[in-house]
Write a protein that binds this ligand. Structure first.
Ligand code: C2O
Length: 573
């Protein structure tokens, strides 16, 4: 059977579904989804924000970028042409990329960057996925301006499991710096210290009135009294988590990371970079203009951050507009209780395929490191704590990107680019939260390397993510490519298998989990999608510092458990 030989043949089989060997294909592949084509041009675009003008990188000159609209099981084809002078890749965050790891997009993990003047066509199926996801650049810190929504509707005549909204809106949260993002990353790395706080937070690229010179740069949603709105919240923020609230209105969460949840109603919520949350909001308040506020959640100690909220308006038709809108109440920046209460209420509508037996029991620590200063100019390049250099790690290994992609190295059996000895459990056991080494930088160093963890096809994985306390404890948004995972447990302090309570009934099915500050989260997934899958903290600065690793999931048997060959136009390094 020719099905395995290339993913172009798979594409053909969607278009000409009568030629697919149906008995086999139907069980694993959608038949009858439409194919949708998009043309993305990565460009340099001039913008003026907060009274300053700069060039940013965008897709098609838009910030936020174009929305990809689709239906469950649709085939998506995006031709990305790089008209900017910088290297680029696009990642389809949360798309599970079944048998299409080549289209995943993280630079040096599944592909080499698309170089200036080149193009690459991403092709994948939104197999059994519906809801809100997003796409973003996956190279350096370009995600700040290269991002956009992916809106996947249920199949025709399949209803939402909640009341149909009158209208829906996408709200993308971000952070803005006057500096060029590539330059900013370089400077932070060169300094060895922490990144400067953002100039402003943004809602759909608008900061709202509270910053210097931003009075009229406000995003607004017009609402009709009495109607219900679906807001698709997406956090494309770089280095911060955020609270979100609307003055006087409740938020009913119905979906997280493109999976339905049991509806629950809150006054405010926390969203980490990489997460998407759908909420229903009823316009049931007196006619007026209400603030939608996006403010910082900062769980770490001694970090300087932007403490002014971005504001957008939720504006009733018929409101008389004086200067004042009703202010939203967002929690104080370190309100961990709001975060844990919300996580506690987050439950899958239906948890299917939750593994109860486990084949691979993994335990990864997640946290910061400080490396010794080796510079002849420490004042300039060792601005981390106690004159050291900031790093970050999983199981105390700081990941180093190879110079061709891991997937190509794996697929072509190229030796010497990575090793498969990423530890399944920490090499040293200690009181991770309270007894973490802090004699900076002598005992706070990490190992450096390009290490992967190999998983057998189909293995049922449980992974404990444990925050450590070196330098500071902190909520880290950990994202896994190629899979969603069930968040079966979480807690504060060190994970203890004897006392940990796991939810094996209705845990949420996520692609990004904010591991509680000074605590742990337990996730489960079945490794049934072959390829190389990146897992990392979705704070860009932590990603830069090495807080990542990759899984290699081996092929199973037969074409439907085997990663096809690479596309012909895969960029070379
Ligand atoms: Cu949204 Cu690897 O990232």
């Amino acid at each position: 059977m020719a099905l395995s030989s290339s993913h172009h043949i798979l594409l053909l089989s969607f278009l000409l579904s009568c030629y697919v060997p149906l008995g086999l294909a139907r069980r694993h592949w959608p038949v009858g989804g439409s194919t949708r084509f998009y043309d993305f041009k990565v460009q340099t675009t001039r913008v003026t924000k907060l009274c300053k003008t700069k060039d940013i990188v965008t897709v098609n000159g838009m910030f936020p970028g174009p929305v990809i609209y689709a239906q469950e099981d649709d085939r998506i084809i995006v031709k990305v042409t790089n008209e900017s002078p910088h290297n680029a890749t696009i990642h389809w965050h949360g798309v599970r990329q079944r048998l299409s790891c080549w289209a995943d997009g993280p630079s040096y993990i599944t592909q080499c960057p698309i170089q200036a003047g080149q193009s690459f066509t991403y092709e994948f199926t939104l197999f059994q996925q519906k809801g809100t996801l997003f796409w973003h650049a996956h190279i350096s810190w370009l995600r700040a301006t290269v991002n956009g929504a992916i809106v996947i509707y249920p199949k025709t005549s399949v209803p939402y499991p909640f009341p149909y909204p009158y209208e829906e809106h996408v709200l993308i949260f971000g952070e803005y710096w006057h500096k060029d993002m590539l330059q900013l990353e370089k400077e932070v790395v060169a300094s060895g210290g922490s990144p400067p706080p953002a100039e402003a937070y943004l809602i759909n690229s608008h900061p709202g009135p509270r910053y210097n010179c931003s009075a009229t740069d406000v995003y607004k949603i017009d609402v009709v009294p009495g109607k219900t709105y679906l807001l698709r919240l997406i956090s494309a923020s770089l280095n911060m988590e955020h609270f979100f609230a609307i003055a006087g209105h409740k938020l009913t969460i119905v979906e997280a990371d493109a999976e339905y949840t049991k509806p629950f109603t809150v006054d405010r919520l926390m969203i980490t970079p990489g997460q998407t949350i759908n909420v229903l909001v009823k316009a049931d308040q007196p006619i007026d203009r209400y603030d939608m506020a996006m403010g910082p959640y900062m769980s770490a100690q001694n970090v300087t951050f932007q403490n002014i909220s971005a504001i957008a308006h939720f504006q009733y038709t018929g409101a008389t507009l004086d200067d004042l809108s009703r202010p939203a109440q967002i929690p104080v920046y370190n309100d961990n209780l709001v975060v844990s209460t919300n996580l506690h209420m987050l439950r899958s509508l239906n948890a299917t395929n939750l593994p109860s037996e486990i084949d691979a029991n993994l335990f990864f620590t997640v946290g910061l490191n400080v490396e010794e200063c080796h510079s002849s100019n420490p004042n300039k390049s060792c601005q981390g704590p106690s004159g050291g250099v900031f790093a970050a790690s999983m199981n105390n290994v700081s990941f180093v990107k190879p110079n061709i992609s891991l997937l190509q190295a794996y697929d072509n059996n190229i030796n010497g680019l990575y090793t498969d000895d990423f530890p399944g459990v920490p090499l040293k056991t200690y009181d991770f939260v309270n007894g973490a080494p802090n004699n900076i930088p002598n005992d706070t160093q990490s190992l450096i390397g390009t290490k992967v963890k190999v998983l057998e096809y189909g293995s049922r994985v449980q992974l404990i993510l444990q925050n450590t306390g070196t330098v500071t404890t902190e909520n880290h948004p950990i994202h896994l490519h190629g899979y969603s995972f069930y968040v079966v447990g979480y807690g504060t302090g060190n994970y203890n298998p004897m006392s940990a309570k796991l939810n094996l009934v209705d845990p949420p099915y996520m692609n990004t989990i904010g591991v509680p500050v000074g605590g742990w989260a337990a996730i489960r997934f079945v490794a049934d999608n072959p390829g190389v899958w990146f897992m990392h903290c979705h704070f860009d600065v932590h990603l830069t510092w090495g807080l990542s690793m990759a899984f290699i999931v081996k092929n199973g048997e037969g074409p439907l458990e085997t990663l096809p060959h690479p596309p012909a136009d895969l960029p070379s390094c």
